[in-house]
Write a protein that binds this ligand. Structure first.
Ligand SMILES: [Zn+2]
Length: 117
C-alpha cells in the first residue's frame, strides 16, 4: 500500500518479539490462540506511522496436512486483502468469516454421509 500522507511506499513490521523481517503471514501462522500481534506500518519518506493491534483468534492447528493447506490458503487471502485495504480491522473480520466457513463445512459433509448410509 501507499502512504496516506505522501503516497510513498510503506513498510509493515510485525511484533512484539518477532524479527523485523517477519511477514504478517508468518506471524499469524505462528501466533497462539488469542495472542496479540502488533502491526506497524511506517513510511520512511515522511515518517508517517500507524500501529494496529490484532488478536489472533483460533486458527485451528490440530488436524493434519489438509488443514495446513487450508491455512496456507487462508494466509494468502489475508495478505491479499491486507495489500488492498486501509484498515487492518478488516483482517479480523476475514479471520472471523473464515472460521465460520470452516465450521459450517464439516457439518454439511456429515449430513450428506448420513443421508447416503
Ligand atoms: Zn509518507
Amino acid at each position: 500500500m501507499d502512504c496516506p500522507a505522501c503516497g510513498g511506499p510503506v513498510t509493515l513490521e510485525v511484533g512484539p518479539d518477532r524479527p523485523p523481517s517477519t511477514s504478517l503471514s508468518n506471524a499469524v501462522l505462528d501466533a497462539a490462540e488469542d495472542e496479540r500481534l502488533d502491526v506497524v506500518r511506517t513510511c520512511w519518506d515522511c515518517g508517517w506511522q500507524e500501529e494496529h493491534r490484532l488478536r489472533v483468534e483460533a486458527i485451528d492447528t490440530t488436524a493434519g496436512d489438509a488443514d495446513a493447506i487450508e491455512r496456507a490458503r487462508l494466509l494468502e487471502k489475508i495478505t491479499d486483502e491486507l495489500a488492498a485495504i486501509e484498515a487492518l480491522g478488516t483482517l479480523e473480520d476475514t479471520l472471523t468469516e473464515v472460521r465460520r466457513q470452516r465450521r459450517l463445512k464439516p457439518a454439511v459433509e456429515d449430513t450428506n454421509e448420513n443421508a447416503t448410509e
